[in-house]
Design a protein around this ligand. Structure first.
Ligand SMILES: Cc1ncc(COP(=O)(O)O)c(C=O)c1O
Length: 378
C-alpha cells in the first residue's frame, strides 16, 4: 500500500536529475506559470475587484449561484451541449478534491472502482486514502488507446461502484468520442475527468460524457488548473447529468462538510470564463503548434514513433529498440534532456516517454532536437 510506504529516498531518475541539475532541458513541465502561460493579470485584477467592493461570506453547499450559472453557460457551449440546472453543479477547490468527494459518496472501504491501466499517478493515492481498490481496464495502444471493452467487463465485480474515465486522457490524449457499449452493460456511475477538454488536437471536440451516456449517472470533473492555466487559484467542480441527480442531496452534504473553495475565486469565475477565452484560444493553439513541430521533426526518426494525439497537451511516443525506460531516461538526462518514462504512468507494455507540449516553444525546440539526436546515438 502506498500510504504504508517508509522508503522516501530518491529513485534513480531523481538522483540523476539532481546530479545533472542545471545542465538539462526539462520537457516534462505541466506548470503553465513556469512556461510563460500566464492568464492576463488585468482580467484577474478586474474580476477580484468585484469581490473586494462587496465582500461578504454567504456560502452555499453547491457553490455560489452566479459561479454555477457561468458553468451552465460553459456546458451549453460544449459540442454537443450538455444542458444543466443550477443544482447539477458542485464547486470544489480542485478536481483532485472532487474525486475525493465522489469516492466518499460512492464507495465504502473495501469497494473498488475501475480506472485506466495507463494513468497519471493521482488516482492510486486517492483510492488508498479512501481504503478502496483501484482496478484497471486496458487502454489499447494499437487502437489509439481506445478502451478495451472486454477488460472493462472482466475487471468489474460485485464491489465495483464506479468507472473512472479521463477524456482527454493523461498522458495518451485519448478522447472518448462514441458511447462505449460495455459501460452501458455495466450500468455503473461514471466519473469523467475532463480537465484537458479545451485541448483538442486530432479530435474535433470533446463530447461531455453525459451526452454520450445519458442513460448512466455521469459526474463530470473539471477545474481552472488546465482550462485557464490557473492551478494556483484553486477552483474545480463536479457537473451531474440528469441520471446522476439522485446523488445530489448526499453530495450536497459532503461538499457542505468542507466548503473548500474560496468565495473570492467563485466570485471571479464568471468573468474569467468569458474574458479568458482569447487567452485560452492562444494557449491551445500554441500546444497544437508545438505538437506539429514535434511530429514534423520526428517524421523519419529511426526510433521515435509519434502519433498525433486526440487531445491533451502531452506526447507519449514509443521508443523502438529500448527495453528499459528507466535506464533510457537516466541516459537522456546525462545527454541534456529530461523526459518521463512510461512506467511513471504504469505503462510497461514497451518503451515510451512523456513530453509536455506546455513547454515554452523555443525551449521545446532545443530540447526536442537534443532528444532526437540522443536517441539516434543511445
Ligand atoms: C487528468 C488529471 N486530472 C486532475 C488533475 C488535477 O487537477 P486539479 O489541479 O484541478 O486538482 C490533473 C493534474 O495534472 C490531471 O492530469
Amino acid at each position: 500500500m502506498v500510504f504504508d510506504a517508509t522508503d522516501f529516498s530518491p529513485n534513480p531518475i531523481e538522483q540523476a536529475r539532481r546530479q545533472y541539475a542545471g545542465t538539462y532541458i526539462d520537457l516534462t513541465s505541466s506548470n503553465p506559470t513556469t512556461q510563460d502561460l500566464l492568464f492576463p493579470a488585468h482580467i484577474l485584477q478586474q474580476a477580484a475587484d468585484q469581490y473586494w467592493r462587496q465582500r461578504r461570506y454567504d456560502p452555499h453547499p453547491h457553490g455560489l449561484a452566479p459561479a454555477r450559472a457561468a458553468l451552465i453557460d460553459y456546458y451549453a457551449q460544449r459540442s454537443p451541449a450538455l444542458q444543466l440546472e443550477l443544482d447539477d453543479l458542485f464547486i470544489t477547490a480542485s478536481t483532485s478534491e472532487a474525486y475525493s468527494l465522489l469516492f466518499a459518496l460512492l464507495t465504502q472501504p473495501g469497494d473498488n472502482i475501475l480506472g485506466p491501466d495507463v494513468t497519471y499517478p493521482l488516482f492510486q493515492y486517492l483510492a488508498e486514502l479512501h481504503n478502496i481498490e483501484l482496478r484497471t481496464y486496458r487502454l489499447d495502444p494499437a487502437q489509439r488507446w481506445a478502451i478495451d471493452q472486454e477488460s472493462l467487463l472482466d475487471a468489474a465485480d460485485s464491489r465495483t461502484r464506479a468507472v473512472l474515465l479521463i477524456s482527454p486522457h493523461n498522458p495518451t490524449g485519448m478522447v472518448v468520442q462514441q458511447p462505449v457499449a460495455s459501460l452501458t452493460q455495466l450500468g455503473l456511475p461514471l466519473i469523467c475527468d475532463e480537465v484537458f477538454a479545451p485541448f483538442t488536437v486530432a479530435a474535433p471536440h470533446v463530447p461531455p460524457l453525459g451526452t454520450l451516456h445519458p442513460e448512466l449517472a455521469v459526474f463530470h470533473l473539471n477545474g481552472l488548473s488546465k482550462m485557464l492555466a490557473l492551478p494556483d487559484l484553486k477552483l474545480g467542480w463536479i457537473a451531474l447529468n440528469a441520471a446522476a441527480r439522485q446523488y445530489a442531496e448526499r453530495l450536497e452534504l459532503i461538499n457542505d462538510t468542507f466548503l473548500s473553495c474560496s468565495t473570492l475565486i467563485q466570485t471571479m469565475l464568471p468573468t474569467l470564463l468569458t474574458q479568458g477565452a482569447a487567452f485560452q484560444h492562444a494557449m491551445v493553439n500554441q500546444v497544437r503548434l508545438t505538437m506539429d513541430y514535434a511530429l514534423a521533426q520526428s517524421k523519419n526518426h529511426p526510433r521515435l514513433q509519434l502519433d498525433r494525439p486526440d487531445g491533451g497537451y502531452y506526447l507519449f511516443p514509443r521508443i523502438a529498440n529500448c527495453h528499459d525506460d528507466e535506464a533510457l531516461v537516466i541516459d537522456l538526462i546525462a545527454q541534456g534532456v529530461l523526459v518521463y518514462p512510461g512506467f511513471f504512468y504504469d505503462y510497461t507494455e514497451d518503451c515510451r516517454i512523456m513530453l509536455s507540449c506546455l513547454t515554452k516553444p523555443e525551449v521545446f525546440a532545443v530540447g526536442f532536437e537534443r532528444l532526437c539526436s540522443a536517441l539516434s546515438r543511445v
